[in-house]
Design a binder for this molecule. Structure first.
Ligand code: ZN
Ligand code: ZN
Length: 144
């Protein structure tokens, strides 16, 4: 791990989860994933550790549009496609979108340094599942 953080068991485990390929877990989900394997781990430790990682620039925290903060360990610039049914967030590379045009009118308001897009829709597996709503899974799971 970079950033000069002391390596502890929980830190390593949490770091592994948030930097997994294509995952965007909430703090609560990280806690749930580790609570069996590390029964002594507290929610507080998970939240604080994620905060430490964010400050160190190892992860990015972002609201998912439903009021839940998610963590992204992929620090290379990318956009997101959020499924409005299962709440899965998929990475969308800049190579897929190309350069995103900035409206001329923004020039009078300031200098735009980057543009992050959020695509919303229904993912393929939800479409093939026949349109059942499975919304309840992660809503508000970030707030305890
Ligand atoms: Zn879906
Ligand atoms: Zn991402």
């Amino acid at each position: 791990m970079k950033a000069g953080l002391r390596l502890t068991g929980p830190r390593i485990a949490i770091y592994r989860i948030v930097t997994g390929e294509g995952v965007h877990p909430s703090a609560e989900e990280v806690y749930q994933m580790l609570s069996d394997e590390m029964p002594s781990l507290s929610r507080d430790t998970v939240y604080r550790t994620l905060g430490t990682f964010e400050e160190a620039g190892l992860v990015r925290k972002f609201p998912d549009g439903d009021g839940v903060f998610r963590y992204d360990g992929k620090m290379r610039f990318h956009h997101h496609f959020t499924c409005s049914r299962c709440r899965t967030i998929f990475d969308v590379g800049e190579d897929e979108t190309g350069a995103v045009p900035v409206p001329e009118t923004l020039r009078s308001r300031g200098t735009i340094e980057s543009v992050r897009l959020e695509f919303r829709g229904v993912c393929l597996s939800c479409q093939t599942r026949g349109g059942k709503m499975t919304k309840e899974r992660t809503i508000n799971s970030g707030e305890i």
